[in-house]
Design a protein around this ligand. Structure first.
Ligand SMILES: *[C@@H]1O[C@H](CO)[C@@H](O)[C@H](O)[C@H]1NC(C)=O
Ligand SMILES: *[C@@H]1O[C@H](CO)[C@@H](O)[C@H](O)[C@H]1NC(C)=O
Ligand SMILES: *[C@@H]1O[C@H](CO)[C@@H](O)[C@H](O)[C@H]1NC(C)=O
Ligand SMILES: *[C@@H]1O[C@H](CO)[C@@H](O)[C@H](O)[C@H]1NC(C)=O
Ligand SMILES: *[C@@H]1O[C@H](CO)[C@@H](O)[C@H](O)[C@H]1NC(C)=O
Ligand SMILES: *[C@@H]1O[C@H](CO)[C@@H](O)[C@H](O)[C@H]1NC(C)=O
Ligand SMILES: [Ca+2]
Ligand SMILES: [Ca+2]
Ligand SMILES: [Ca+2]
Length: 657
């Protein structure tokens, strides 16, 4: 009897919580944003992981600097100056305010917004950006794989080309093929030096990271002080802060580019004729404002910025650059390299073993950045290298032949063979792009993206399943993008490159219809016939980037899968499930990139499919999935790019001399 009673009351309790408490909890947790017409919530910019808020507001004011100064005084703020490159945005700090607060100081934000001439404001917060570091776990897993790949009989034909002690260990730049073997197992960079006499001369690169040991024997001759600044301490000196042993990342990335040849020390940089500077950003407090300064530092001199960092690769974060950083990148594209656009090269991310996917990283989803993934020396995708349809191309990185990974400089004037991850892959790609840039400085930021799509190779990576060929005959894989970078091929094409026509942009807001829920058992599927702005000046016939912007409610964000099928029938999986992402806030105007349709025609039927990848009784019962907004932004040209007049050639044409 007692048992029955207990069972009944237990049942009632469970029923009660399902019927009342859960929906109530659901409603309550939906929206905590203050009601103010001008208030913009922090959305997908990492505020959930903010370390603290700082005493600094960026304020967009309808007026000049003198006027902004007056507004600041009237409202009890200090005026701290105007922001470069962003129209009428000013920096304020509050008189007598804590330098750090755990939460946003809403009273001050709303006070500013109440002013009739304030159009927008946000309090700055310390962002949690992480280096794509050689995490301990990564090392452990690499050690566990003791399998030796290369046969002892295989010899490099370039081994004696440079006298540097560590050069023979730069396996990714040697050519080990015996005459019969067909798979290229290096980046094909030496022929660029030997046959084309190109080493990156005249090209300026900036490593945005934790500083550079610029006194290092193998770096100092190519170090560019005018391309360097320490934003963490607001001074010039970018020497790594040695107290923290993690501050070797930037020095390692810089060495990959410019290690001096034939000085016996360490190895040889990919673009050893180029110059490199360092912007220190990742050794201290970083706000959107500081980051935006880093991303446009020395803009009148720089050609390429390389960043091996981003939101945490924990499989939970879904963040991108804030408003100011985004504006900085756009300025770099519009004004950099005399209007041809600087190149922003970013590491795709090291979170694959945490279930992370680079579609959740706004730095990767930007059309302006070139995302680089890694391949192992046996042509497999390493356990850390993230996948998404925003990956552009691949370079070799941490191989399986422990302990030799990527050879580069290390702090305290030493060398290392331990550099790894997509951290190592991105600077290597930046170095190869520097070679192409020396070959043809007339190319725009989009020309370089085209050239990578047109020359990267699939053959060395072909054993990995999942390659798709689009209707422009370009192969694409979300782990590798358009394939492994082939330096000689890229530079050779660059030398004869014809600029692609002006970029057009066609924005299409899709009608999602009356709200219909999706669940595990019933996916949301809609097709749209699209003319791609035909008849208008934005008409696109040859696609480049495709962006999908979605607002989706789902109580467990990591379960949602989003797919987009183009008129060609080629399908992009824009977002894959991320098991550790249990955020309840869903997607708020989150933008994802796909490069898979590059070169295709956009005209015809596009289909979205959105569904939960996992059955969850409660989520299914409460029909928590809802598609609220959907937008497609197409980029490309009306005119056919010149290089499309012949078919893309894949490497059967191996040049063995
Ligand atoms: C490096 O030294 C080798 C052998 O002495 C020589 O053939 C080569 O041209 C040198 N390369 C450079 C870039 O100085
Ligand atoms: C190359 O091919 C020839 C003929 O097929 C064969 O005799 C030779 O052993 C091969 N060499 C290597 C290194 O595989
Ligand atoms: C190679 O290029 C350098 C400058 O980048 C130039 O000084 C040198 O003469 C060139 N060598 C040859 C053989 O063309
Ligand atoms: C770059 O453009 C200039 C002027 O249009 C032209 O003279 C030069 O030949 C071009 N260089 C290359 C490598 O295309
Ligand atoms: C798109 O157009 C094709 C051809 O006219 C038609 O068969 C198809 O039903 C249309 N699709 C949608 C979603 O309207
Ligand atoms: C997404 O952005 C559009 C335009 O900026 C806006 O109209 C819409 O309300 C936003 N949706 C959500 C859910 O924030
Ligand atoms: Ca050296
Ligand atoms: Ca990531
Ligand atoms: Ca990108």
């Amino acid at each position: 009897m007692v048992l029955v009673c207990l069972q009944v009351s237990l049942f009632l309790l469970v029923a009660f919580s399902i019927i009342y408490i859960l929906p109530l909890y659901y409603l309550l947790s939906l929206n905590e944003n203050p009601q103010h017409e001008k208030y913009t919530p922090y959305s997908h910019v990492g505020v959930e992981r903010a370390e603290h808020f700082v005493n600094q507001w960026v304020v967009h004011i309808d007026g000049d600097a003198a006027f902004a100064d007056q507004v600041a005084q009237d409202l009890g703020f200090h005026y701290n100056g105007i922001i470069n490159g962003l129209n009428k945005h000013y920096v304020f700090s509050k008189e007598q305010h804590n330098p750090r607060t755990p939460e946003e100081t809403l009273t001050e934000t709303l006070g500013l917004l109440n002013h009739p001439h304030v159009l927008w404001t946000q309090q700055q917060f310390a962002k949690h950006l992480t280096k794509r570091a050689e995490v301990q776990e990564l090392r452990r897993q690499l050690r566990a794989m003791s399998h030796v790949y290369r046969e002892e009989t295989e010899v490099s034909k370039y081994e004696t080309l440079f006298t540097d002690e560590w050069w023979p260990m730069q396996w990714y730049e040697q050519d080990y093929r015996a005459t019969n073997s067909s798979k290229r197992l290096d980046l094909n960079v030496v022929p660029v030096y030997q046959k084309l006499n190109i080493t990156g001369a005249g090209v300026n690169l900036i490593i945005i990271d934790d500083g550079i040991e610029y006194t290092h024997e193998d770096i100092k001759d190519n170090f560019a002080p005018e391309l360097s600044y320490n934003f963490n301490a607001d001074k010039w000196d970018i020497t790594p802060r040695y107290e923290d042993p993690r501050n070797k990342h930037g020095t390692r990335c810089a060495g990959e580019l410019v290690m001096k040849p034939n000085n016996s020390k360490c190895g040889v940089g990919v673009c050893y004729g180029a110059r490199v500077g360092g912007v220190k950003l990742l050794d201290g407090e970083t706000t959107d404002l500081i980051e935006s300064k880093a991303l446009q530092f020395a803009l009148d001199q720089v050609d390429i910025y390389s960043g091996s960092w981003g939101p945490p690769d924990d499989g939970k974060a879904m963040d991108g650059p804030g408003k100011l950083s985004e504006a900085a990148i756009e300025r770099g594209i519009k004004e950099g390299r005399n209007g041809k656009g600087v190149l922003y090269v970013f590491a795709a991310g090291n979170g694959k073993s945490h279930g992370d996917n680079c579609a959740a990283d706004g730095y990767i989803n930007s059309i302006f950045t070139i995302a680089i993934a890694s391949a192992r020396e046996d042509g497999e995708s390493p356990f850390y290298s993230e996948e998404c349809t925003g990956v552009h191309a691949t370079t070799y990185s941490g191989g399986i032949t422990d302990p030799v990974k990527i050879i580069t400089t290390d702090v305290h004037d030493t060398c290392t063979c331990e550099h790894s991850g997509t951290s190592a892959a991105a600077p290597m790609a930046a170095g190869v792009l520097a070679l192409a840039l020396e070959a043809n400085p007339n190319m725009t930021w989009r020309d370089f993206q085209h050239a990578l799509a047109w020359t990267s190779e699939t053959e060395p990576l072909s054993q990995v399943s999942g390659w798709d060929r689009n209707s422009r005959n370009l192969w694409y894989h979300p782990a590798f993008g358009f394939g492994l970078i082939n330096a000689y091929k890229l530079v050779s094409y660059a030398k004869n490159w014809k600029n692609v026509a002006t970029q057009r942009k066609c924005e299409i807001t899709l009608d999602v219809g009356p709200p219909t829920e999706f669940t595990y058992s019933s996916p949301w599927k809609r097709s749209y016939n699209i003319t791609a702005c035909s008849g208008s000046q934005n008409e696109i016939k040859y696609l480049e980037h495709v962006l999908a912007t979605v607002s989706i409610d789902y109580r467990r964000r990591g379960d949602v899968q989003i797919e987009l099928t183009a008129p060609s029938g080629v399908k992009s999986v824009l977002m894959r499930p991320r098991p550790d992402d249990d955020a309840e806030i869903g997607f708020a105007n989150w933008t994802m990139l796909t490069l898979k349709h590059w070169g295709e025609s956009p005209v015809g039927e596009w289909t979205f499919e959105i569904f939960a990848s996992k059955y969850d009784i409660l989520l299914d019962l409460f029909k928590s999935g809802k598609v609220k907004d959907l937008k497609l932004t197409l980029f490309g040209t009306k005119e056919m790019p010149h290089h499309y007049s012949t078919e893309r050639i894949y490497e059967e044409d191996i040049d063995l001399d």
